[in-house]
Write a protein that binds this ligand. Structure first.
Ligand SMILES: Cc1cc2nc3c(=O)[nH]c(=O)nc-3n(C[C@H](O)[C@H](O)[C@H](O)COP(=O)(O)OP(=O)(O)OC[C@H]3O[C@@H](n4cnc5c(N)ncnc54)[C@H](O)[C@@H]3O)c2cc1C
Length: 453
């Protein structure tokens, strides 16, 4: 069976730790990749694991929609970023026999609002500004004082004395390199730590036939996952934990909390006793939910756009941040005509207040600006609102101004050896990603396995 092969492949990557502790009863809060991976390891080692999940499905921010029966669509994570050596998602995908497709930002056509595709000297000027902004951003760790990435970059490139056109291009690039990659608005990202993460080698790949769903299913296989259990309280003592949900109360030896940082920031789960101040400080200072990354997936009767992986859009200064990026998966979808538009940062967050039809209208305005009024209307759409999602409150974590890597480190340590944390926001090297979430679950499980008593 395919799933079993994948589990074996995944298990092979588990670091060997001494199994010093007796059989434990462990509760895991959240059935995303972090929770599923932690449960998989602990269960394989003979512990009693119960996963409490607030939604009516597992997978969390790996969510493959089946609104279109012939076209599974990832509305959360799409890519296995840096899919080469060391990325644990790739061997699982391969063991499951999933088709991987690669794409590249090198295959991009850029369009300017009201002015069509950028070509020749205009394109060179656009890219030169991109290089200038990127170089400035990459030097931001040298800043003498902590400030937002946007403030630092503006100072560095002399934004204040630029003319209106250069400002527009600089505004585009600051948001493109910041918010569109990190979900938090560039005005919120920390100049010192915004790109603190490490990377594996290898290309960006996605799963055009299936989305992430088979990976989620393989990890969930055989686990005791209780859906529709919204956790509101975690009480811990020197001898155990008690977890309260909307349905009832659970007791166990230990708990692993994998809910997104956004949920912790909103204090949706209370801790008794309160978490030590280093933890509550980390939760409040690290960023999630001030800025967001959202998708608008549009399905068309036929392809009317060029055979590029990405289409970039430079909005007017009046609409900073509007639909910068469009991903074109159609070449890998056997002719199915789909474009995925992204909104990010504060702009993405503001859009969530609109009705679906208004968001689709705005997306179509952009496409008509790029390709003319003659393009067809979409036959259907799917829209995400990750910031309003009460089981996420944002897309993924980021280093907000005032937060530090030491704060993430704090979240990798257990409270009283009873309350453990996992989730993408707790991985010091690979936050914001599926592999970071997965590896964080591995870490938390191994921390429990390594306990002496
Ligand atoms: C739009 C978007 C695009 C992305 N693109 C990519 C990408 O291309 N590649 C990539 O690597 N990563 C991407 N990511 C990030 C990736 O999806 C996450 O890093 C990863 O899935 C997080 O896994 P997790 O287990 O830490 O958290 P989650 O998957 O969020 O799991 C946490 C679980 O906790 C549950 N929960 C929350 N509150 C409660 C509660 N009170 N009680 C019980 N359960 C609760 C949630 O329902 C959820 O199932 C993207 C994310 C988004 C939103």
């Amino acid at each position: 069976m395919a799933g079993t092969g994948a589990l074996a492949a995944a298990s092979a990557t588990v670091p060997q730790v001494a199994h010093a502790i007796g059989r434990q009863n462990v509760l895991i809060i959240g059935a995303g990749l972090a929770g599923l991976r932690a449960g998989q390891i602990l269960k394989a080692k003979g512990h009693l694991v119960t996963i409490l999940e607030g939604r009516n499905r597992f997978g969390g921010r790996c969510y493959t929609s089946h609104k279109w029966a012939d076209l599974p669509m990832d509305l959360g994570a799409t890519w296995i970023h840096e899919s080469g050596k060391g990325n644990p998602m790739t061997p699982i995908a391969k063991a499951l026999g999933l088709r991987l497709a690669a794409d590249s930002y090198d295959k991009t056509t850029a369009y300017e609002a009201g002015d069509g595709p950028l070509t020749g000297a205009d394109l060179t000027y656009f890219n030169t500004m991109g290089d200038k902004v990127r170089k400035a951003m990459e030097s931001s760790g040298d800043s003498d004082t902590e400030m937002s990435l946007m403030q630092y970059t503006k100072n560095k490139i002399g934004y204040a004395s630029m003319d209106a056109y250069d400002k527009r291009l600089a505004d585009y690039w600051m948001r493109e390199i910041g918010g569109y990659e990190y979900a938090g608005d560039t005005a919120e990202l920390s100049a010192w730590y915004w790109d603190n993460a490490k990377e594996f080698p290898g290309p960006e790949v996605y799963l055009p036939d299936t989305g992430y769903e088979p990976i989620v299913n393989a990890l969930a296989q055989g686990q005791d996952i209780r859906l529709n259990q919204i956790v509101s309280k975690i009480a811990y003592t020197g001898t155990g934990v008690t977890v309260t949900t909307n349905v009832g109360t659970y007791t166990a030896d230990r708990v692993i909390v994998t809910v997104p940082l956004g949920v912790l920031k909103k204090n949706k789960i209370s801790f008794s006793p309160a978490l030590p101040s280093a933890y509550s400080t980390a939760i409040s200072k690290l960023g999630m939910g001030t800025g967001v990354l959202n998708k608008v997936v549009l399905r068309f009767p036929s392809v009317f756009w060029p055979a590029k992986d990405w289409l970039a859009y430079v909005p007017t200064s009046a609409e900073l941040g509007k639909f910068h990026d469009w991903f074109n998966p159609s070449p890998a979808l056997n002719g199915k005509a789909v474009l995925i538009g992204f909104t990010a940062g504060f702009y993405g967050q503001q859009q969530e207040a609109l009705a679906d039809w208004q968001i689709v209208d705005k997306a179509m305005d952009v496409l008509r600006d790029m390709f003319g009024d003659g393009i067809p209307n979409p036959t259907d759409y799917q829209v995400t609102r990750w910031d309003q999602d009460p089981f996420s409150y944002g897309s993924y974590s980021f280093f907000a101004t005032g937060s530090t890597p030491a704060m993430v480190k704090t979240l990798t340590t257990a409270v009283s050896n009873r309350v453990f944390f996992a989730g993408e926001h707790t991985h010091p090297d690979y936050p914001q990603t599926t592999h970071g979430a997965y590896l964080s679950g591995e870490r938390a499980a191994n921390q429990i396995l390594a306990l002496k008593a």
